[in-house]
Design a protein around this ligand. Structure first.
Ligand code: SAM
Length: 283
């Protein structure tokens, strides 16, 4: 386990993931009933972007750094509000020194009745996450393989929830694990909202990945992708995608407003692109 999210926190992929994840959390709150966020690959929860590690890559500058400097039209500002409000709350002096990872973002958006279960397998990162939530009765932090949690922790006792699956993709076969993990967890909790993250880079098997997801016959599956540059002559991350199972009915229209704006803000060359479409279900 070499991956440490501190090097990547707040980058263009985090912006896409966290902006949409925050919308999913807000949508769940349209009903008073409690819900649970299950975050299977949680990271350390709070990232100091002035740290040596974050400064080393500086990835956040072309991610959240650009978003904070952009002039947003009112509709896009409104769509980003839950995400950006959390960042403002953490950085009352302005800017972004502290950046919320997914478990912290969820927790900051919670009402008193909402709950978090977060898994982290890296021992150091688990310790930091555990410390961050020490004494917080809304959050249960476990040092556990997140893939196992997809079986053992579903369905949540609240019977409503968002399952975020955000693996590091440092090993072969992670796309297949995502597919198998979704198939398994959806059988246990078909009413849940799932949000699966995947990388887009040169030669990534995106088409077979989508086809395998379509073959699962899960009725409602939305896909959102954003690439910030061409992959010609570059083997690193050029974009990322999210699969959202059982999305809020408003999300597709929201993505049609949000993704073009994020593309314009985050583009690193003229080949930047975005798309949002139903993998299965409503069109
Ligand atoms: N979800 C976080 C966020 O958005 O702020 C970022 C998570 S990062 C991409 C992936 C995390 O998964 C890393 O912290 C890594 O240590 C952890 N990890 C790797 N394999 C894992 C496993 N099998 N179970 C749980 N966590 C794992």
């Amino acid at each position: 386990m070499n991956y440490r999210h501190i090097y990547h926190a707040g980058n263009f992929a985090d912006v896409l993931k966290h902006a949409i994840f925050a919308r999913l959390v807000r949508y769940m709150q349209n009903k008073d009933k409690a819900f649970r966020v299950l975050d299977t690959h949680a990271g350390i929860g709070l990232y100091d972007l002035s740290s040596e590690e974050a400064q080393k890559t500086g990835e956040w500058r072309d991610g959240i750094g650009r978003v904070l400097e952009a002039e947003l039209v009112p509709q896009v500002a409104e769509l980003l509000e839950p995400y950006l409000a959390a960042i403002r709350e953490l950085n009352p002096e302005g800017g972004v020194r502290l950046y919320p990872g997914s478990p912290k973002l969820a927790r900051m958006l919670f009402r008193p009745q909402d709950r978090l279960s977060a898994m982290e397998l890296h021992p150091d990162d688990f310790q930091r996450l555990h410390r961050l939530f020490e004494g917080d009765h809304h959050a249960r932090i476990t040092e556990l393989d997140g893939w196992l949690a997809l079986g053992a922790h579903l369905p949540p006792k609240e019977k409503r929830g968002i399952v975020l699956v955000d693996p590091p993709f440092e090993e072969e076969g992670e796309y297949e694990r995502l597919i198998d993990g979704l198939a398994k967890s959806w059988r246990r909790f078909p009413g849940g909202t799932y949000c699966l993250w995947y990388p887009i880079k040169k030669d990534a098997p995106i088409k077979p990945f989508h086809e395998a997801l379509q073959a699962l016959e899960i009725p409602k599956m939305l896909c959102a992708e954003l690439s910030v540059k061409s992959d010609r002559g570059f083997t690193g991350l050029t974009g990322s995608g999210l699969i959202i199972v059982n999305p809020p009915f408003t999300l597709k229209d929201e993505l049609h407003a949000l993704l073009p704006a994020l593309k314009d803000i985050l583009a690193q060359d003229r080949f930047a692109s975005q798309r949002a479409f139903w993998l299965r279900g409503e069109h």
